[in-house]
Design a protein around this ligand. Structure first.
Ligand code: EPZ
Length: 429
C-alpha cells in the first residue's frame, strides 16, 4: 500500500499542463460500442477509472490498445452484452455502457451499481430514459437486463430531485443516436463533458443539436462510423491546481484550462482574493496567500461543481473569516471534514452545509482518503500544514488524477510517495 508524504510547501511557480478529462473519456470510450469501426481517442488520461473502462470494453469483446496518450478502440466480431459485477462495482460510471449496448445490439446485461461513499447515487433516471425509448428492463439477480427489438425516439424529461444527471443524459443521448426518429431530452445536463460526448457522437455521424443547453434533440441514424477525437482538458484537475496555487501562494500558468468551463470557480477564487487572468491557451493564477472566506454552493453546470467542493473547503479552512459551503448535488459528500478536523480545521456540519472558520495554519497528521476529490483536498491541506502529513488510501487519488504529484512537485511542492510494503521511496517529480 502506498502512502503520500506531504510537506509544508510554497509558493508554487511555473507552468503546468492539464490532462484530458476523465469524466469525458469514460462515456466517450463507451460510445465506441455504437460502431463496428475503429476509433482513436486522443488526450485520454492514464488513470485507474479509464483502465477499468478499458477492461469493461475488453470483456464486451472490444480491443483496446494504448498508444501514448491515445486509445485505439476496435469493436470485435464476437460481441458480448454482459458487464460483470466485479468491474461495475469498482466504478459506477460503468453503467454508461448500458445505452450503447442496447442501441447497437438490442440487449444488455449490466450489473446494478451498489452503494457509493459520496452518498446515495440512484440510476432511476438512466432506466426511465431507456424505458421511454422502448427498452424492456428487468432487475435479475443484481443485474439490469435490457432488451428491445428497436429503440424509438420520444420526449424524455431527465431531471431528478437534485437537478439534471450527467451520466443519465450521456446514456440516453448515446442510445438515441441509433433509435428510430427524433428524441428530445428535456432538463438535460449541460456539463462540458456532455457537450464533449455529443461532439464525439456527431464526429461519428450522429445528428445531435442543442447540447450544452437543457434541451437536446437527437435524430436517429441507421449507423455510426469510427472517428478520431480529442478529449477536452479536465476542468476539475485545472480547478484543483488553481486552488493549490491560491492556498500555497505563487504564480502559475495552467495550460489547457478552459475559462468557460470554470466560470463559477474563477468567480469564487476572485472573490477570495486570488488573481486570475485568461491568457492565450492558459489561465494564470497569482496569490499572496491572504485568502478571504467566501460562501459557496455546489449545483449543476454552470454553477460551482461538486467535484471541487472538497478542495474549496480545504482552502476555506485556511482563509480569513467564516464561510458556508453547501452541497446541493450529494448532500452527504463531506467525508473529508473529519480528516480536515484532525489537521486542526474548524468545521461544523449542519445538514448539507459545512460552516468553516478559517485558521492561521493546519497541522500535519496521518489522514485517510475516502474518495477521489477528498484525497485531492487532503493533499492541498497537507501542503499548507506544519510538519508532514501522511495520506493513506491513494487508490482514490489514482482513480482520477494523472501525475498530480509530479505536476505539483515541478511547481515547487514537496510530496513523495512511499511504498510502505517494500519501504521503497518514489519521489513524485
Ligand atoms: C457525474 O456522475 C460525474 N462522474 C461525477 O464525478 C460528478 O460528481 C457528478 O456527475 C455530478 O457532477 C462521471 O462523469 C463519470 P449525476 P453522475 O447523475 O453522472 C442524482 C468525480 O469525482 N441522480 O449527474 O453519476 C444523483 O444522486 C465524480 O469525478 C438521481 O437521482 O452524477 C445526484 O444527486 C464522482 N437519479 C444528482 O442526480 C439518477 O438516475 C446528479 O448526479 C442519476 C442521478
Amino acid at each position: 500500500m502506498d502512502t503520500l508524504i506531504v510537506e509544508r510547501s510554497g509558493p508554487l511557480r511555473g507552468t503546468v499542463e492539464v490532462s484530458g478529462a476523465k469524466n469525458a473519456s469514460l462515456p466517450i470510450m463507451a460510445a465506441c460500442l455504437l460502431t463496428d469501426e475503429e476509433s482513436v481517442i486522443e488526450h485520454v488520461p492514464q488513470v485507474t477509472d479509464v483502465n477499468t473502462m478499458a477492461e469493461i470494453l475488453r470483456v464486451l469483446g472490444v480491443e483496446v490498445e494504448w498508444q501514448d496518450e491515445q486509445v485505439l478502440i476496435r469493436p470485435g466480431h464476437k460481441p458480448s452484452w454482459t458487464a460483470p459485477y466485479e468491474l461495475v462495482s469498482r466504478m459506477r460510471a460503468s453503467v454508461c455502457v448500458l445505452g450503447p449496448l442496447l442501441a447497437k445490439h438490442g440487449r444488455a446485461k449490466v450489473a446494478m451499481p451498489g452503494g457509493c461513499v459520496i452518498g446515495s447515487r440512484p440510476i432511476d433516471l438512466h432506466l426511465e430514459g431507456l424505458e421511454a425509448l422502448g427498452a424492456r428492463l428487468t432487475i435479475d439477480h443484481g443485474y439490469i437486463v435490457a432488451e428491445t427489438p428497436r429503440l424509438r425516439g420520444t420526449t424524455i424529461h431527465l431531471a431528478g430531485a437534485f437537478g439534471s444527471s450527467v451520466l443519465a443524459t450521456a446514456n440516453v443521448m448515446m442510445a438515441a443516436t441509433l433509435a428510430d426518429g427524433m428524441t428530445v431530452i428535456e432538463q438535460a445536463a449541460c456539463e462540458p463533458e456532455v457537450v464533449d460526448l455529443a461532439n464525439c457522437l456527431i464526429a461519428m455521424g450522429a445528428k445531435i443539436s442543442g447540447h450544452g443547453a437543457p434541451l437536446i434533440r437527437i435524430e436517429g441514424v441507421s449507423r455510426l462510423h469510427g472517428t478520431h477525437y480529442r478529449i477536452i482538458p479536465d476542468r476539475i484537475e485545472a480547478g484543483t491546481l488553481m486552488i493549490a496555487t491560491a492556498m500555497l501562494g505563487g504564480d502559475v500558468r495552467i495550460h489547457g484550462a478552459v475559462p468557460e468551463h470554470l466560470g463559477a470557480v474563477i468567480g469564487k477564487l476572485t472573490e477570495a482574493n486570488v488573481s486570475i487572468e485568461s491568457l492565450d491557451g492558459c489561465v494564470r493564477v497569482r496569490s499572496d496567500r491572504k485568502l478571504k472566506s467566501v460562501d459557496v454552493t455546489t449545483l449543476p453546470f454552470p454553477s460551482f461543481p461538486t467535484d471541487l467542493q472538497a478542495q474549496f473547503l480545504a482552502m476555506m479552512s485556511v482563509s480569513q473569516g467564516v464561510s458556508i459551503v453547501t452541497e446541493k448535488i450529494y448532500p452527504e459528500r463531506f467525508m473529508h471534514v473529519p480528516e480536515l478536523k484532525r489537521m486542526g480545521a474548524q468545521i461544523t456540519r449542519e445538514g448539507a452545509s459545512a460552516i468553516v472558520k478559517g485558521v492561521e495554519r493546519l497541522s500535519g497528521a496521518p489522514v485517510m482518503a475516502s474518495d477521489l476529490r477528498a484525497s485531492a483536498a487532503l493533499v492541498l491541506a497537507g501542503l499548507t500544514a506544519d510538519n508532514s502529513t501522511q495520506l493513506h488510501g491513494l487508490e482514490h487519488l489514482d482513480r482520477g488524477y494523472e501525475h498530480l504529484e509530479q505536476k505539483l512537485t515541478r511547481l515547487g511542492a514537496r510530496l513523495r510517495r512511499i511504498n510502505s510494503a517494500s519501504q521503497n521511496l518514489s519521489v513524485g517529480g
